[in-house]
Design a protein around this ligand. Structure first.
Ligand SMILES: C[S@@+](CC[C@H](N)C(=O)[O-])C[C@H]1O[C@@H](n2cnc3c(N)ncnc32)[C@H](O)[C@@H]1O
Length: 468
């Protein structure tokens, strides 16, 4: 647990790296580790320390005495308030370099893993407009800056944008977001203007009223656009004219879906979805593989870097067409389908049944006949009997969530002893822990960091494990 401290000014902190939530990490003259907001690696600054967590000091940079040569001017007008792209004040080359270091440090310090070839990071070719999916919230209360609050301005205003960190009932009004390609900004601003024209009420999260709640856009690399609207009430007299006019004004929308959310929370993916116009899904492509992506489907949000990630998996896998491959935590089977042409069969396991239904449908769509998918927890499905039924894996691909693999799954992998494993991870710390647990039988031949999310602290890493 973090302990609130009486604020204390620590001077001359030298920052050397990046951490989560846009915080830089450094040390003071006594060698104490300090995480601070508002700093960048390369800065020397005084820090107002307000918390202590597991012996680490946390706070915010005050006076910056030396500015890092890697600093950059943030390009987004919402940067100071929106929590989305916290590292815009560091140039992208430096971000990539520091992310690579995060992976190296996690593997060598946390995991004590001896990596035979630590490969340089594959940075993103495109550092802006790289996301295919974004969600925005409607609100009748605009989030105000400190200066606006002090000026006495009212926050009663209909807005459409993002939640600032820690505020569920106010929204930052977004005019231009640099994350999603066209027509994302035009659509969001057009939807807001149309809603105001038609006199529709924007949601009030405190009073739990207001007709318009959220909107999600999925814009794919093949030029299709899905819009999903969430309304607070099932009132066709209001939502039909709104959606009719939206389709008339935005011919770029290839499918329009909606749902009715009367719950207190904004989670949409347990609700029934209805198609108002179009086919109810959009198509996306990774290399030669086509995917149907519906309003509820999970799909990698950075399509071009997903291809870079999967190509790394293929390269590490070194398949010759004869292998029996297991793909654990398969999601909608995207890796399984991507490698299927290069091996004998792929067995995928994923806990979300809807994702498995998408995987099966996408296999049919691509006429791929050598995949089989199972819905359930990997820890329960992957047993010695399962391996007997499907044959021992020649290659095992695993891509677990941030928490990494359950200890029981790691034990099972040690028992299965596939000759090679490719471990894809979005959290180098838990990957390092799992690699250490596997090290009794596996050596780490290669590790390849891949940046899927420029201007954030997130980083993926692909490791190739070979049986000793
Ligand atoms: C990081 S995603 C990987 C998805 C997929 N490999 C891809 O590239 O799109 C992790 C997946 O693991 C699934 N998952 C999480 N815990 C699980 C568990 N215990 N058993 C099976 N699947 C799980 C999640 O639903 C999610 O689809």
């Amino acid at each position: 647990m973090a302990r609130r401290k009486k604020p204390q000014l620590v001077s001359g902190v030298q920052f050397t790296g990046i951490a989560d939530k846009g915080r830089a990490v450094g040390r003071d003259a006594e060698g104490r580790v300090i995480f601070a907001e508002g700093a960048a690696p390369g800065d020397v600054a005084d820090v107002l320390v307000t918390r202590k967590k597991k012996g680490v000091l946390m706070g915010a940079a005050q006076a910056i005495h030396t500015l890092s040569p890697d600093r950059a001017e943030p390009f987004c007008q919402h940067f100071d308030h929106c929590g989305g792209c916290k590292w815009q004040h560091l140039n992208y080359d430096a971000q990539a370099r520091h992310k690579e270091r995060v992976v190296h440090d996690a593997l060598s310090r946390i995991g004590k893993v001896d990596v035979e070839a630590m490969l340089p990071i594959k940075a993103a070719a495109q550092a802006t407009f790289y996301r295919n999916k974004l969600e925005f919230s409607f609100s009748n209360k605009r989030w105000l800056t400190r200066a606006e609050i002090d000026s006495g301005i009212s926050n009663q205003e209909d807005v459409l944008g993002f939640h600032p960190a820690g505020a569920f009932d106010k929204i930052i009004d977004i005019e231009k977001c640099w994350l999603q390609p066209d027509p994302s900004n035009a659509l969001r601003n057009g939807i807001k203007a149309l809603a105001i024209e038609q006199g529709l009420s924007f949601h009030d999260a405190r009073a739990h009223e207001g007709f318009l709640r959220q909107v999600m856009f999925r814009i794919t690399s093949v030029g299709e656009t899905l819009v999903l609207l969430s309304f607070h009430e099932d009132d066709p007299k209001r939502y039909k004219p709104f959606m009719d006019e939206l389709m008339a004004r935005f011919p770029q929308i290839t499918t329009l879906c909606y749902c009715i959310n009367t719950k207190l929370n904004d989670f949409l993916y347990d609700l029934d979805m209805y198609t108002y116009a179009g086919k109810g899904y959009v198509e996306e492509r990774l290399g030669e593989v086509r995917f149907k992506v519906g309003p509820k489907s999970f799909f990698q949000t950075n399509t071009s870097q997903a291809k870079v990630l999967y190509d790394t998996v293929v390269e590490f896998a070194g398949l010759n067409g004869t292998e029996n491959v297991y793909d654990l935590y398969t999601g909608i089977g995207s890796i399984a389908l991507y490698v299927a042409q290069a091996c004998r069969q792929v067995v995928g396991i994923e806990e979300i049944p809807e994702a498995i239904a998408d995987a099966e449908e996408n296999a049919r769509l691509n006429d791929i006949q050598n995949t089989v998918f199972y819905a359930g927890d990997v820890k329960d499905i992957l047993t010695p009997e399962f391996a007997q039924r499907h044959g021992k894996p020649d290659l095992l691909i695993t891509d677990p969530p941030r928490a990494g693999m359950h200890a029981q799954v790691v034990d099972m992998l040690l028992q299965l002893s596939a000759p090679r494993m490719v471990y894809v991870s979005c959290n180098p710390a838990t990957q390092a822990r799992d690699l250490q647990l596997l090290s009794s039988r596996y050596r780490v031949a290669k590790a390849q960091p891949v940046d899927m999310f420029p201007h954030t602290h997130h980083i993926e890493n692909v490791a190739l494990l070979e049986l000793r």
